[in-house]
Design a protein around this ligand. Structure first.
Ligand code: SF4
Length: 285
C-alpha cells in the first residue's frame, strides 16, 4: 500500500530532553532509588523501557523515603510539589519542558501584575494541574460554556493556554472572551511551536491520502489533537499506540495511507508501522 508520512512528526525536543535526563539519572543512581512522579511522557512503550532501565513510578510524594530522587516529568509540577519534596528531604531532578516552565512563569507574572489568570486547557491534564499552581484561583476554561464562570465581568484577565492546544481552538476561545465586557485582557502566547508544526503538517497530508493513522499514547493530548484534525478533514482516522493494534479492515478500500505521530512517539514505532503498512499486498489492503 502507498504510505506517506507527515513531514513533521514524532519526538519534540522537550520529550527528547526528558527521556535523556531520566536515563542519565537512573544510570547515576543506585537501582530503585529514582522515582518519577507519574509517566515521564505520555507514551507507554517509552515508559516501559525506562522502567526496565530501573526507573520507578509513583503518584504520591508522601510514600517516598528521605533521600529518594524524584524526577519531575516533562509536564511539570506545581510549587507545592517542590516544597513538599524539600520538606521530605527528597532530591529533585527536574525534567519539565522549558516551554511548560515558561507557562508557569507567565502565570506567576500575570498574577503579580494584578490580572486574574485564565488558562485555556483541559483541567485534568497534568501540565494544566501544575501550571495553575503558580497563581491563586486560576480559572481553567476549555469551551464557551465554561466562560460563564468568568465573573465578575469588570476584572482584568491574563490569559494563557495549555502548550499543546490547537491555535484555532485557542483563538476561538480568546475571541469569545473578548466578546464579553471585561475591563482588560492580556493574552500571552504559551502555545508550543513544535506541536503547531505537527498540526500544520498533518493538515497538509490530509489532502493527499484517503485514510490516516495517528500514532501515540491514547492519553497524549497533542496526539489526540492530531487525530481530531484528521477527522475534521473528513478522513477515516485511527489513533493507535503501535502496529499491534492495526487491523487489515482499517485500510480496506483505501489506496493511500497517511501516518503521523504525536510529540512523545519514538521513531522506531513510526518506522515499524510505516514499513509494515507499505508491505501490505493489495488483497490485504
Ligand atoms: S510538545 Fe512542546 S511543550 Fe510539550 S514537551 Fe514537547 S516541546 Fe515541550
Amino acid at each position: 500500500m502507498e504510505v506517506r508520512l507527515a513531514r513533521k512528526r514524532g519526538f519534540c525536543f522537550g520529550v527528547e530532553d526528558a527521556i535523556e535526563l531520566a536515563q542519565r539519572t537512573v544510570r547515576e543512581h543506585e537501582p530503585g532509588k529514582v522515582v518519577a512522579l507519574g509517566p515521564v511522557i505520555h507514551n507507554p512503550q517509552v515508559v516501559q523501557d525506562l522502567e526496565k532501565a530501573g526507573l520507578n513510578q509513583s503518584g504520591d510524594l508522601e510514600q517516598l523515603a528521605p533521600g529518594t530522587t524524584v524526577l519531575v516529568r516533562s509536564h511539570g509540577a506545581g510549587p507545592d510539589t517542590y516544597a513538599r519534596a524539600a520538606e521530605k528531604q527528597l532530591e529533585i531532578v527536574d525534567a519539565t519542558c522549558v516551554l511548560v516552565k515558561r507557562a508557569q512563569t507567565v502565570v506567576k507574572q500575570l498574577h503579580e501584575e494584578g490580572y486574574r489568570v485564565v488558562m485555556i486547557g483541559d483541567a485534568n491534564h497534568p501540565e494544566v494541574r501544575g501550571v495553575i499552581g503558580y497563581a491563586p484561583d486560576v480559572i481553567v476554561v476549555d469551551s464557551e460554556a465554561d466562560l460563564d464562570r468568568l465573573l465578575p465581568r469588570r476584572e482584568r484577565l491574563g490569559i494563557v493556554a495549555q502548550t499543546t492546544h490547537a491555535p484555532e481552538h485557542v483563538a476561538r476561545m480568546i475571541g469569545a472572551i473578548a466578546a464579553r465586557p471585561f475591563r482588560e485582557l492580556k493574552v500571552v502566547n504559551t502555545l508550543c511551536l513544535e506541536v503547531v508544526r505537527r498540526q500544520e503538517a498533518v493538515a497538509e497530508l490530509c489532502a493527499e491520502v484517503d485514510v490516516m493513522f495517528v500514532l501515540g499514547g491514547l492519553h497524549s493530548a497533542n496526539t489526540r489533537e492530531l487525530a481530531r484534525i484528521c477527522e475534521q478533514h473528513g478522513l477515516p482516522t485511527y489513533h493507535l499506540e503501535s502496529w499491534d493494534q492495526f487491523r487489515p479492515e482499517m485500510v480496506a478500500g483505501h489506496k493511500v495511507a497517511g501516518v503521523t505521530a504525536g510529540a512523545s512517539t519514538p521513531d522506531y514505532i513510526i518506522n515499524e508501522f510505516a514499513e509494515k503498512l507499505r508491505a501490505l499486498q493489495p488483497a490485504e489492503a
